[in-house]
Design a binder for this molecule. Structure first.
Ligand SMILES: NC(=O)c1ccc[n+]([C@@H]2O[C@H](COP(=O)([O-])OP(=O)(O)OC[C@H]3O[C@@H](n4cnc5c(N)ncnc54)[C@H](O)[C@@H]3O)[C@@H](O)[C@H]2O)c1
Ligand SMILES: O=C(O)C(=O)C[C@]1(C(=O)O)C=C[C@@H](O)C=C1
Length: 363
């Protein structure tokens, strides 16, 4: 029986625990500083046993996952190394930055105990175990950062366990990880937050801003609701990369300012054209990258009952909808519904059914 200890049973830790829970030969122990999160984890059946201390959780553990904010990883690693861990135990983490923890672990881990950094490229603006789901990592990329001292069989053991997440495991060198993830994840969060705060200031003067903020604003700013504590740690930890990225961002914004100052319509057109071309090449249905779920857009007349009709249509055929959202809605004008599915099979079945019922469906 393998014992998996999850330290920090929130969104990421809880989702990992759910992937391992009830799998043959695996027992999941959880520890969290917040007893309420542990209580909720037990109630939801996320873990097999809730532990009152770190020591109890990791006692005899074969795998330990540190799922706490990035700023706590080093101190947790130190605490673990003062505990007598099971020989062969593999410690990993899910932190959003990898260079600093990899560097720290390289100088500290004891013989017979191994550290391999990890970062699943999936998540959400929500936090806490209530938002955890066993489906979070499905099809997402899951980065592992072994170094040259990591024995191959140890890496394989961790990768084999992580198969339960149904994620694609990729090996990435920690600095390269932080450079790329800084650009595709950390920078977008900073931009979203700056944008929301800018609009919030205008809204204080005129509340109509809030009312007119429609699909475009919501699409680009969802991630601005991320947990402040978690994001503070990530941004400070990846500070050097972010400073470089923000300088580059400022240059991009200055370019737009110049284009508008000179009324260069051609130039504006070209910026949108090249952005659209790059974005359309990105894999559409991958988690953790562009969209979190399998989304379908349906044109619908905006009248009461339409959501119920579509939900019933799908429900009658046992197609599971995971979310439904009105993207645009004005009286008597067609709106767009975003239907989200957990997997491709449900999505494809829904597309077939909706088309047969004469709905206009787009991906
Ligand atoms: N949220 C995402 O989208 C996402 C994606 C990938 C990686 N990550 C990384 O995952 C980690 C966890 O993030 P999350 O989104 O699950 O956050 P979360 O807030 O949902 O969960 C964190 C958990 O850690 C617990 N915790 C806090 N301090 C602790 C301590 N001192 N000891 C024990 N437990 C403690 C909290 O009570 C909470 O239950 C972070 O390092 C984050 O960078 C997050
Ligand atoms: O989808 C989201 O809401 C996320 O913020 C997930 C996201 C991302 O930026 O893609 C955020 C932080 C991570 O470390 C990994 C994934």
């Amino acid at each position: 029986m393998d014992k998996v200890a999850v330290i920090g049973v929130g969104l990421m830790g809880g989702s990992l625990a759910l992937c391992f829970k009830d799998k043959p030969g695996i027992r999941v122990a959880g520890y969290d500083i917040n007893p309420l999160e542990l209580e909720k984890s037990m109630k939801r059946g996320v873990i097999d046993v809730a532990c009152a201390s770190l020591e109890e959780a990791v006692d005899g553990a074969d795998f330990i996952f540190l799922c706490v904010p990035v700023g706590l990883l080093e101190q947790y690693l130190d605490r673990l190394l003062q505990i007598s861990l099971k020989p062969g135990c593999i410690i990993s983490d899910v932190g959003s930055t990898k260079a600093s923890i990899a560097h720290y672990a390289a100088s500290r881990v004891l013989p017979g105990v191994y550290f391999i950094g990890g970062h699943p490229m999936a998540g959400s603006e929500r936090s806490g175990v209530e938002a955890a789901t066993s489906l979070l990592y499905e099809n997402a990329f899951y980065v592992l950062t072994p170094d040259e001292t990591t024995p191959e069989d140890i890496y394989d053991r961790l990768a084999a366990l992580l198969k339960h997440t149904k994620a694609h495991i990729v090996r990435v060198e920690p600095q390269r990880h932080d450079r790329i993830v800084g650009a595709v994840s950390h920078l977008p969060h900073v931009i979203a937050v700056a944008l929301v705060n800018q609009i919030a200031r205008y809204n204080e003067e005129d509340g109509l801003y809030e009312s007119l903020a429609a699909g475009g604003f919501r699409d680009i700013t969802r991630i601005a609701s991320g947990h402040p504590y978690m994001w503070r740690d990530i941004l400070l930890n990846n500070r050097d990369e972010l400073l470089r990225l923000l300088r580059d961002w400022n240059a991009g914004i200055s370019k737009f300012t110049d284009l508008l100052e000179t009324s260069d319509g051609e130039g504006v057109y070209r910026e949108f054209e090249s952005a659209g071309a790059f974005r359309s090449k990105l894999p559409e249905r991958r988690k953790g990258m562009i969209i979190a779920l399998y989304d379908v857009y349906v044109d619908v007349p905006d009248h009461p009952g339409i959501i119920g009709q579509i939900a019933t249509l799908l429900g009658d055929q046992r197609i599971n909808l995971s979310n439904i959202q009105i993207i645009e809605s004005r009286a008597d004008v067609p709106g767009v519904l975003r239907l989200s599915f957990r997997n491709e099979t449900d999505m494809d079945a829904a597309i077939g059914l909706l088309k047969k019922s004469n709905y206009k469906v787009q991906l």
